[in-house]
Design a binder for this molecule. Sequence first.
Ligand SMILES: NC(=O)c1ccc[n+]([C@@H]2O[C@H](COP(=O)([O-])OP(=O)(O)OC[C@H]3O[C@@H](n4cnc5c(N)ncnc54)[C@H](OP(=O)(O)O)[C@@H]3O)[C@@H](O)[C@H]2O)c1
Length: 334
Amino acid sequence: MSTQYNIAVVGATGVVGQELIKILEERKVPVGELRPLASARSAGKTVKFNDTHIEVQELTPDSFNGIDYALFSAGGAISEEFCPHAVKAGTVCIDNTSHFRMDPTVPLVVPEVNAADAHKHNGIIANPNCSTAQLVVALKPIYDEVGIARLVISTYQSVSGAGNEAIFELEEQSRALLNGQELAPEQFPHPIAFNAIPHIDKFTENGYTKEEMKMVGETKKIMGDDTIAVTATCVRIPVFICHSESVNIKTRKKISAARVRELLQAAPGVEVVDDVANNVYPLPRAVSGKNDVQVGRIRDDISQENGIELWCVGDNLRKGAALNAIQILEELIK
Ligand SMILES: NC(=O)c1ccc[n+]([C@@H]2O[C@H](COP(=O)([O-])OP(=O)(O)OC[C@H]3O[C@@H](n4cnc5c(N)ncnc54)[C@H](OP(=O)(O)O)[C@@H]3O)[C@@H](O)[C@H]2O)c1
């Protein structure tokens, strides 16, 4: 019989946790025991996995006995506290939160870009921020061909990036507004329905948000190149699933839009959707539920010599979180 692995999902009732369980099933990962873990509030609820209903257990320091791999997505504070307990129990952690991402002893991995780094772990591997994961998949083939000097990114991020409660808030606010009422925001600093909020995570001293600074630091770490200049503006928009990004790339050597299109057509994890004559380009509603990152609107930047413009859309719950984590797991067990 082939080897099976005991897998814990920490945050199993959350929007990422649910997607993790769905993708473990979809990709037929050889799971022996699946152990769903969440807070005391969820203990006793069940999750469905391969036609069985498995009871959610409360996360405690002893939750990892007999577990080979733990997929964490219950917030940074939970990972900070519980990953060390898991590592002590001999469990390898794949962490979806930002807590360990910039720790130099923790690999930060997007398998299409730096799969080999996954094997250099000391018990913890970090999964990048959702906006960064989809971005680097599209950048890697261009980087390998001509190098990248600078990136200017603007994001249009869906509410599911902020979890279950945020999805509910967009639904409720939209319904209320269409009925002539206004509901006070709870998950976002301003109403999200019919709005665009240029503020994701906290502001830092340099005027950028933490979300923007995550894109800056994580892109360089995953690409393994500190010399790439990166600037980003991250915006929350009233879309349920999928983050969209306008990406301006200054390459080190000249490359044509036609060559970029060709490279991306052959790239793993990327689907080129680019036929403007027929109004065809990546859209969040079309990419939702898909594994590949879609790229379109690929064109030469008319404002500079070595410049490329593109539009990139990825499912933030899949490539931006759960799928990438499971690809890391697959890399470790292959
Ligand atoms: N959403 C995304 O696109 C995305 C992408 C990349 C990374 N992430 C990261 O993934 C993490 C989870 O995000 P999410 O969007 O799935 O959030 P979510 O829908 O709000 O789910 C949060 C999960 O964490 C659990 N949890 C909360 N407090 C806990 C505690 N004290 N002990 C044990 N479990 C606890 C919750 O369990 P209960 O149901 O019991 O409260 C729930 O399962 C966050 O760190 C987020 O930054 C999210």
